[in-house]
Design a protein around this ligand. Structure first.
Ligand SMILES: Nc1nc2c(ncn2[C@@H]2O[C@H](COP(=O)(O)OP(=O)(O)O)[C@@H](O)[C@H]2O)c(=O)[nH]1
Ligand SMILES: [Mg+2]
Length: 406
């Protein structure tokens, strides 16, 4: 990959909990000396970190390269959707333009004008663009990468920023090759384009560039998955989590990856519920905090693209009636969350103590000992795990209905 690969081994562990091994050790020792009162602020601080962390993705390249179209595609937006970036304009602004993620308030995509236009000589560019702010850079080109692209990449390397090259409009390359009914070996042609870009950059002084071939009109094809894997590997743990949740729902693999990240949120919300304790709600006999539970359900369904607005956007992208997607959603969890639905969820949690013990023994004895079996922690954990499973199954059905892959 481009810049320095900074996978933080220590923070990321094999457990699927929200806390790292080190944090769990700290929680345990603090608990032993100071009880729940001492661990509560630690848990709350971690949740705050999670909620506050921003992800800023910069996209740069010459006018017409496909920056705006790519930013829309990453957000699962069509050009005429609300908040979409205008495409096909030749106007270039001097400043980076920020675009919000449709569901995650802390995720921003930045459209940066290409470097080296007359308005924008290289030295001035690097100053104006506030490089520090971005988590990584994507440099897009629709044909060969220019001297300026390379200059920019070298500068990023110097600043230890990760950068990735995208060669866009691959669909139209293949389309041109197929003109007149010519038979084309797609793999071979893609390899040729890749090699051409790589050679082009090697000559300009980047010895091992990684180039991803992409069609902004269909991210499910070509190298988009490889790109997301590379990005994921290079991001530190909390940002990685947010990045995965920000991905458009393109296929069942992405839904599954999101589920894994949301599982950490189950831990987070269960811990929060555990330290806050149970809040009794009239008519619902449930030993946990209902507000946390409902908040979790709403959050999960947004992240999995099951809220109305997300379904509509997906339908637009897939060019299918939204009714076709809604027809495969078979869970009461997408409607209004009523006490009745919560009660139904809680049904069958009589075995809570047993599965509670399983969790405690199997994954983290610490949290088990802090919160105790039958506690608000375990109840929330159990209910949200069920919610997540149910929503994931439905989200997979929806992407399959949208893009017909599985
Ligand atoms: N065929 C094809 N056209 C694309 C692709 N990405 C962008 N375009 C088109 O290229 C033109 C310029 O794209 P735009 O996103 O506005 O480029 P920007 O100036 O870098 O923001 C528009 O007409 C887009 O529809 C792609 O992957 N494939
Ligand atoms: Mg643009």
């Amino acid at each position: 990959m481009g810049g320095s690969s900074s996978r933080d081994q220590t923070a990321e562990t094999s457990n699927s909990s929200f806390f790292t091994e080190d944090e769990l050790k700290t929680l345990k020792s603090e608990y032993e000396t100071g009880g729940v009162a001492k661990v509560t602020p630690l848990i709350q601080r971690k949740i705050n970190d999670f909620d506050k962390t921003e992800l800023n993705i910069a996209v740069t390249g010459e006018t017409g390269a496909g920056k705006s179209t790519f930013i829309n595609a990453l957000r699962g937006l069509n050009e005429d959707d609300e908040g979409a970036a205008k495409t096909g304009t030749t106007e270039t602004t001097m400043e980076p333009t920020g675009y919000k993620h449709p569901t995650l308030p802390n995720v921003w995509f930045w459209d940066l004008p290409g470097m080296g236009t007359k308005k924008f000589p290289a030295n001035k560019y690097l100053k104006v663009m506030e490089f520090k702010k971005y988590d990584f850079f994507i440099i897009i080109s629709a044909c060969r990468f220019t001297e300026n692209d390379v200059k920019l990449a070298k500068e990023m390397k110097r600043l230890e920023k990760n950068f990735y090259f995208i060669r866009s409009k691959i669909d139209s390359d293949l389309h041109s090759l197929r003109k007149g009914g010519r038979k084309v070996n797609e793999e071979e042609e893609l390899e040729k384009i890749r090699n051409y870009c790589v050679r082009n950059m090697q000559e300009a002084g980047i010895p091992t560039p990684c180039v991803f071939l992409i069609s902004n009109f269909n991210l499910n094809q070509y190298d988009f998955n490889l790109l997301t894997n590379a990005l994921e590997d290079d991001l530190p743990s909390i940002k990685r989590s947010i990045y995965i949740l920000s991905l458009p729902n393109l296929n069942v693999e992405i839904v599954e990856r999101k589920k894994k990240e949301l599982k950490k949120r189950v831990w987070m919300l269960a811990s929060l519920s555990g330290v806050l304790g149970a809040v009794p709600v009239p008519g619902v006999s449930l030993g946990c905090d209902i507000a946390i539970l409902i908040g979790g359900i709403i959050d999960f369904r947004k992240c999995l693209g099951l809220d109305d607005a997300s379904l509509q956007r997906l339908a637009n992208r897939a060019e299918k009636p939204v009714g076709d997607l809604k027809a495969v959603v078979k869970t009461p969890l997408v409607g209004e969350i009523t006490p009745d639905i919560i009660n139904r969820l809680a049904w069958g949690t009589a075995a809570i103590v047993i599965s509670g013990l399983e969790i405690a023994l199997d994954i983290i004895p610490v949290v088990g000992s802090i919160f105790g079996a039958g506690s608000s922690f375990l109840m929330t954990y159990k209910l949200l795990t069920g919610v997540l499973d149910d929503l994931t199954v439905n989200a997979k059905r929806v992407v399959t209905a949208a893009f017909g892959t599985d």
